[in-house]
Design a protein around this ligand. Structure first.
Ligand SMILES: Cc1cc2nc3c(=O)[nH]c(=O)nc-3n(C[C@H](O)[C@H](O)[C@H](O)COP(=O)(O)OP(=O)(O)OC[C@H]3O[C@@H](n4cnc5c(N)ncnc54)[C@H](O)[C@@H]3O)c2cc1C
Length: 461
């Protein structure tokens, strides 16, 4: 650690500890240096950091005031489930963990929850359900926090029907890099007062402000569900069926595309069996008032899929059968984590998925890569998992760049869910026009002129 920063951190540690804020060294909490970004990418966190655990907005403000005065970088950390290195410290400074910010209030009459940034998705779901309501967005890992989900604008399998985090945030409280506290929106459905800074902060990946409290929209409880597993020989058949299902007027809760190899991995990790599968598979989850309605819609979906080349469809109505299917799907990443180079989450117009996947697979094959694909077919957000192969380190950058170029040619985006963080920072600069990138830089400077909040992520000053 450089002498000057070491002295500053020692001083800060003393001030914070004296105010009752917990402070730890990275040696004590080593796992706080990492998130869930695949280790193959070799992110090297800076180990010379202190970890602080403020309990409320005023304590966050205090930390930011000191950090701003001392020009010390601050890295906000929620659940550490991010897949782009967003919470990984890139410079000597402070990690600000929100885990002790556990305010939780359900306002049944206004259909909303007021949550501290550190409330986990699991805690939010449990509290909402205990009050007879539901929370819709569901990124795959329930240890993600409200602050992290807002800051990455998380999606998940239900985004197909219910949208992403952005559609659920009614109000935000945040602390600016200089320590000022701002309150945006509230328990409001409508608010047109000035530029919408709340939506600017959503998805800003901890680079503009620390989100301390969030008002989230809740909905009535979910209805009964059925899960349909459909095997197709080709991706074209599967995606044509997706389009037809939507055209038919059914908006499923989830519409997932999963390749055979991915399912086999999920089966192995979960110990559960998937019904008959083929090269390209769909998992469709539908909602209905009762079993009769579910069966009627499921049979219509089966008919559509068979019309598009599926051999059959397996309809699960019971809780356990559905839970088993979901478990196979949810554990795919766990099963391939060690072999995966990166989890790419390109988003393309949904009907372009077959062209995107085919062009990428063809490039990958020529370059000697194997890519396992699955993801949110209904909203065009495909998750590609290039696997490690001999000499991949030399060739991977080119593969990724080619995938992003193909996505751009099809009108897509380089990330539909996981954000930019460290791992797509260079790519973002290439993806945006010069004018767009410069605007991002100006926005970053307006919020954080000294570049102390999450430096090295998303955009350079
Ligand atoms: C198995 C698995 C499945 C996943 N599935 C999905 C999925 O389906 N859809 C999806 O969108 N994502 C998914 N993710 C990614 C991840 O769960 C989400 O990005 C999640 O929103 C991150 O929340 P977190 O609390 O863990 O944030 P962290 O990883 O701690 O941080 C993520 C970013 O947000 C910033 N941040 C965190 N808290 C705050 C705050 N209070 N204020 C300001 N900035 C903050 C951090 O600085 C960082 O840049 C998955 C991850 C895993 C491991």
């Amino acid at each position: 650690m450089t002498g000057e920063i070491k002295n500053k951190l020692e001083k800060i540690s003393k001030i914070l500890s004296e105010s009752g804020i917990e402070v730890y060294s990275a040696k004590e909490l080593k796992s706080y240096l990492y998130d869930e970004t695949p280790p193959s990418l070799g992110l090297k966190p800076t180990e010379n950091v202190l970890i602080t655990k403020p309990r409320n907005t005023n304590e966050v403000s205090k930390i930011m005031k000191i950090a701003s005065r001392e020009r010390i970088p601050v890295f906000v950390r929620g659940g550490g489930t991010g897949l782009s290195g967003g919470a990984v410290p890139t410079a000597e400074g402070l990690i600000l963990s929100t885990e002790k910010m556990k305010k939780m209030e359900i306002d049944v009459e206004n259909f909303c929850a007021v949550c501290g940034a550190g409330i986990t998705l699991r805690e939010l779901i449990m509290n909402a359900e205990a009050s007879g309501l539901s929370f819709s967005p569901h990124p795959g890992d329930e240890t993600a926090t409200v602050g992290g989900m807002v800051s990455t604008n998380a999606g998940g399998v239900r985004a197909m029907k219910y949208g992403v985090m952005r559609n659920y945030v009614l109000g935000l409280e945040a602390v600016l890099p200089n320590g000022d506290i701002i309150k945006l929106g509230g328990k409001l459905i409508k608010n047109n007062a000035g530029y919408n800074m709340m939506h600017l902060l959503i998805g800003s990946e901890g680079t503009l402000a620390v989100v301390t409290e969030v008002v989230l929209r809740l909905l009535p409880p979910f209805r009964k569900t059925a899960t349909i597993a459909v095997p197709f020989k080709t991706i074209e058949g599967a995606i044509e069926a997706v389009v037809e299902i939507l055209r038919n007027g059914t908006i499923p809760l989830a519409l997932e595309y999963i390749e055979r190899e991915a399912l086999e991995i999920g089966e192995k990790v979960s110990g559960k069996r998937w019904p008959p599968k083929d090269e390209a598979n769909l998992m469709v989850i539908i909602e209905g008032r009762n079993e009769d309605e579910l069966v009627e819609v499921a049979e219509k979906i089966e008919e559509i899929c068979i019309g598009k080349g599926a051999s059959n469809a397996f309809i699960a109505l019971g809780y356990k059968e559905q839970r088993d299917l979901l478990e196979v799907r949810s554990l795919i990443y766990e099963g391939m984590k060690e072999k995966v180079i990166e989890v790419l989450d390109v988003s393309v117009p949904p009907a372009q998925i077959p062209e995107y996947v085919k062009r990428c697979n063809s490039v990958a094959e020529k370059m000697g890569f194997k890519v396992v694909n699955y993801g949110h077919a209904g909203d065009g957000n495909i998750h590609q998992h290039p696997l490690k192969t001999e000499g991949w380190e030399e060739k991977y950058e080119e593969l990724k760049k080619t995938f992003f170029r193909i996505a751009r040619e099809l009108g897509g985006s380089i990330t539909g869910e996981h954000g930019v963080g460290i791992v797509k920072k260079k790519d973002l600069k290439e993806h945006l026009s010069k004018a767009e990138y410069e605007l991002l830089q100006k926005i970053k400077r307006a919020f954080d002129p000294d570049g102390i909040l999450n430096p090295g992520k998303v955009v350079d000053l």
